[in-house]
Design a protein around this ligand. Structure first.
Ligand SMILES: [Zn+2]
Length: 500
């Protein structure tokens, strides 16, 4: 924050987005790729005459344009510098957006040919005190066709003292003739984690007490836009009388809180529909709409899915450290197929309730369905899966795994938690039995394992490989995600019906 614009308004309170607007290339959050390239180009003296900044709203386009303008025009050095001083008259005026040589225009309100003609006739004049006359046109895609044509003439042969910086949220609306004459920089949506870190630093500078959960809530709601994050933070600070508490954020946003969503998920993991329903009711009583309660639960399931996938996927979980830990812990009680299915089901119902007059029953049905998953079989997806395999396409890992047991209490679940006895054996499994009996690995300790069985023959690795290579066995294993653990003679136990 050292170099940021901290000068307060004469009027008193300055909104955070303005007070803490980044003032140097290395301060811009989330756009290092742009900042670095621009700084290097300036150091190398390779300065283009037109730049195009594209990206969604609030990601730093105007901030970057002002830093670039300062870098080009800073009066503290003899030429352009990658490190403008932020103290000279030019730097200060550019930061305020009212420098005489840096003209900021809004493409939406200056979209006609007259405005562009005016601009063109002004470009012949040399800058008043700086090196360059810089035109910054925001939302440039709003210009009319005639205006673009007029602009093009200037872009084709710009006077050496003129630079253009265009910004747009919709680059695809720009004519190719304009695009081809600009150096283009694509600004990225800023990850919630980076927004959160920035907001936390600001709270520290502002001596505002903020909980981590609240900061992450704001950062997620900002959806990639630092400006939105800062505006929300402003609002919450104002509402909370100088404190940032998660409850205030939830009230402001009307979204479900993570802790309550997590208790619904816990009840689902326990296989306890009554507890799940009551926790879900708690979400709604706390002020969430049905849709956002489902959305919150869906997000919790998604986070657990990411945790279950592991590796770098866990970095995508946008939560504070404490909540992240709780989510990762709970994720261990679900199988990956169960979590992917839960995400799909919840997002599906969340979409439906938006237009439904029976939103709450629908929502409650899906919660019960998830918590009592061991009582449901999903025959449609099972049939689809079998058909896919019959058509010769490679089996997709678990996508159509039956719901049976997927959410069963943890003691009943091992890995993918398929409970074979509740599902009719599909044709492939019958085939598999002929090739030697296969037990799925997840059911290494199923109840039926205790029934009298013919003595198992210990298999060598080569034998296992040979059995596993059989197409029928492959299909059966692909269907249930199992592996061959032993083989028994079919004729010894003809009534055995455990071809999983
Ligand atoms: Zn300066």
């Amino acid at each position: 924050m050292s170099k940021s614009e901290k000068q307060p308004d004469a009027g008193g309170y300055l909104v955070l987005a303005r007070k803490y607007r980044s003032a140097a290339f290395d301060e811009v959050v989330g756009q290092q790729h742009v900042a670095q390239t621009l700084a290097n180009a300036i150091k190398a003296g390779r300065i283009a005459h037109a730049y195009l900044f594209t990206g969604t709203r609030g990601v730093g386009k105007t901030t970057m344009a002002r830093i670039l303008a300062k870098a080009l025009n800073c009066l503290s050095t003899d030429g352009p510098t990658a490190e403008p001083c932020n103290k000279c008259d030019a730097c200060l005026a550019i930061a305020r957006g009212d420098d005489i040589d840096v003209v900021e225009m809004d493409g939406a309100s200056n979209r006609g040919i007259e405005e562009v003609r005016q601009l063109r006739s002004n470009t012949v004049f040399r800058p008043a005190r700086c090196r360059f006359k810089i035109y910054y046109i925001d939302e440039v895609h709003q210009l009319t066709k005639d205006a673009f044509n007029a602009l093009l003439k200037t872009l084709e042969e710009p006077p050496p003292h003129v630079k253009f910086i265009f910004a747009t949220t919709e680059a695809e609306k720009l004519p190719a003739t304009i695009l081809s004459r600009c150096q283009r920089f694509d600004f990225r949506s800023i990850p919630a984690k980076q927004i959160a870190e920035h907001l936390a630093r600001l709270c520290e500078s502002e001596k505002v007490q903020a909980d981590e959960g609240a900061i992450f809530r704001i950062a997620r709601a900002a959806a990639g836009s630092m400006r939105d994050g800062l505006s929300l933070l402003d609002q919450v600070i104002a509402a909370g009388a100088g404190k940032v508490a998660e409850q205030d954020v939830l009230e402001l946003l009307g979204t479900a809180d993570d802790e309550r969503s997590l208790s619904v998920a816990r009840a689902i993991a326990d296989g306890d529909p009554a507890a799940a329903l009551s926790a879900f009711a708690g979400l709604i009583e706390a002020g969430s709409s049905i849709g956002s309660a489902l959305g919150g639960l869906c997000e919790t399931m998604r986070n657990m899915m990411l945790a279950r996938v592991g590796g770098q996927a866990a970095d995508l979980i946008e939560l504070g450290e404490v909540q992240k830990k709780a989510v990762i812990e709970l994720a261990g009680r679900f199988s990956l197929p169960a979590l992917t299915q839960a995400v799909a089901m919840l997002s599906n119902v969340a979409y439906k309730v938006r237009t439904s007059s029976i939103a709450r029953p629908l929502a409650e049905a899906v919660v019960v369905r998830l918590a009592a998953a061991d009582k449901f079989v999903d025959p449609v997806s099972l049939i689809e899966r079998i058909e896919t395999m019959e058509s010769g396409a490679p089996a997709q890992g678990g996508s159509a795994r039956p719901a049976t047991g997927a959410f069963a209490p943890p003691a009943a679940r091992q890995g993918q938690a398929f409970q074979p006895r509740q599902t009719p054996a599909p044709p492939q499994a019958q085939g598999a039995r002929q090739a030697g009996q296969v037990q799925s690995a997840q059911t290494a300790q199923p109840p039926q394992a205790r029934q009298p069985q013919p003595p198992a023959k210990q298999l060598s690795t080569a034998e296992k490989q040979q059995i596993q290579a059989d197409p029928a066995v492959k299909n059966a294993l692909g269907l249930f995600g199992g592996q061959v653990i032993d083989v028994r003679a079919e004729e010894d136990n003809p009534k055995d019906d455990q071809a999983d």
